[in-house]
Design a protein around this ligand. Structure first.
Ligand code: PMP
Length: 448
């Protein structure tokens, strides 16, 4: 019986003891192809020797110095590098380093509020996000997002957020509606929601440029993000891009915002930033936001003990160095095209795969009971949970989610393999996924 308080108290999880490249091993010696890195974390795979060296070097010289007394070389180098990679127009921004994606979004929300206060705009305190979104589990970030299931029991403790529709053309585009008309409808809804709430009360909109945690590597229709950016500007609302899952090369560039042709005011990253070698997240503030702080109090009105942790920052800088040295963004694009082709070959005609979508090495199968009507499987069938379990038994770690959120859409299976994967690894991934899905779906069909 485990003494660790895991998510599911009744599950007997295998003990992970070793990782090497794209594989994880448990105490019984069983091998697992890690095709999701938990949730898109392990972009360099496991046990990368250069990461081990970077971590050991840093911990030998300096493990921690509190950021109210010192800056440190790893934090400075990492911040400088990230700002240099930020989308065009971000300017001379700054980055704050914390321990997770949730914390990064907390910092982003506080920065957004502080930006307005510094400019004597005290009324702006409300946050907007999209339905079926997830921005973290801490009370602020959970309150900003629209994850009904995770919010449920905490509802009375959460902030007063404002939700707009997700950009989910596959499921929410109307019959006969073009992508362009759908986009216009969503942007109109955004404007109407702002007007109804009172634009002068809204601090920021938080969005994932490619939705990961809830809707499965779902990109927006063309023009959507440029429209969102323009409306934010029109109403003085800051735009926070949550790239915790989709950023840091996962989709073929360091930032998906750049792919979408927008410059957010604040960008948050985590997961692939530390690649699992250290817990680290970052809130990157653009020059526009930083200037307001300089012109105002000259302070960041927020702090955490482990901010700018030297070992975590050294790890993240080393991840970026390894990516650059080995052209891993090139790998992501090349392997991404291969993965897409393999998934379409294996699942393109599958009666229960309604949509295959993604970018880079970030791909999702949306599962449906009926392809024609897009009817999801009933939530009680727990299709995603069963696929996760069977896949793990078959030696595959993937990331299925049930009914997106509470059955509002079809269950989906997300894969996010390491950037160091080979073509053979992708073949193994698709084969194991096919076997696992067939096992679950055929037994479901038999039971129905
Ligand atoms: N934002 C997004 C888009 C995420 O996917 C996640 C994690 N799934 C978070 C925020 C929260 O990150 P963490 O779990 O590191 O707190």
């Amino acid at each position: 019986m485990s003494s660790v308080l895991h998510r599911n108290l009744n599950l007997n999880l295998p003990m992970a003891v070793r990782g090497e490249g794209v594989y994880l091993y448990d105490a019984a010696g069983k091998e697992y192809l890690d095709a999701s890195g938990g949730a898109a974390v392990s972009c360099l795979g496991h046990g990368h020797p250069d990461m081990v060296d970077a971590l050991c070097d840093q911990i030998r010289s300096l493990e921690f110095a509190h950021t109210s007394y010192f800056t440190s070389r790893p934090a400075e180098d990492l911040a400088e590098k990230l700002i240099s990679l930020a989308p065009e127009g971000f300017g001379r921004g700054k980055a704050a380093f914390v321990g997770s994606g949730s914390e990064a979004n907390e910092v982003a929300m506080k920065l957004a509020r502080q930006y307005h206060v510094e400019r004597n705009d005290h009324k702006r305190h409300r946050f907007m996000a999209r339905r079926m979104s997830y921005h973290g589990n801490s009370i602020g970030a959970l309150g900003a997002g629209g994850h009904t299931q995770r919010r449920a029991i905490y509802e009375p403790m959460l902030i007063d957020n404002l939700l707009i529709s997700s950009c989910y053309y596959y499921r929410e585009g109307r019959p006969g509606e073009s992508e362009q008309d759908y986009c216009t409808r969503l942007l109109d809804e955004f404007v109407q929601t702002i007007e109804a709430a009172g634009p002068e009360t809204i601090a920021a909109l938080m969005v994932e440029p490619i939705s990961g945690a809830t809707l499965g590597s779902l990109a927006a229709v063309p023009g959507y993000f440029k429209g969102i950016r323009a409306i934010c500007d029109q109403y003085g609302i800051l735009l926070i891009a949550d790239e915790v899952m989709c950023g840091m090369g996962r989709c073929g560039d360091y930032f998906v915002s750049a792919q979408e042709g927008i410059t957010p005011d604040i960008i948050t990253i985590a997961k692939g930033l530390g690649a699992g070698y250290q817990p680290i997240g970052a809130a990157m503030a653009s020059e526009k936001v930083i200037s307001a702080l300089y012109d105002g109090s000259g302070m960041l009105s927020n702090g955490h003990t482990y901010m700018g942790h030297s070992v975590a920052c050294a790890a993240a800088k080393s991840v970026l160095d390894i990516m650059e040295r080995n052209d891993l963004l090139g790998n992501v694009r090349r392997l991404g095209a291969e993965l897409e082709a393999k998934l379409r070959t294996a699942f393109g005609d599958h009666p229960h795969v309604g949509d295959i979508r993604g970018r880079g090495l970030f791909w999702t199968l949306e599962l449906v009971e009926n392809r024609e009507t897009k009817q999801p499987f009933p939530v009680e069938k727990n299709i995603a949970g069963r696929i996760k379990h069977v896949a793990q038994q078959n030696g595959l770690i993937c990331y299925p989610s049930q009914g997106c959120i509470n059955g509002e859409a079809g269950d989906h299976v997300l894969v996010a393999p390491p950037f160091i994967s080979t073509s053979d690894h992708l073949t193994e991934l698709v084969d194991k996924l096919q076997t696992s899905m067939d096992g679950v779906l055929s037994s479901f069909a038999a039971a129905a």
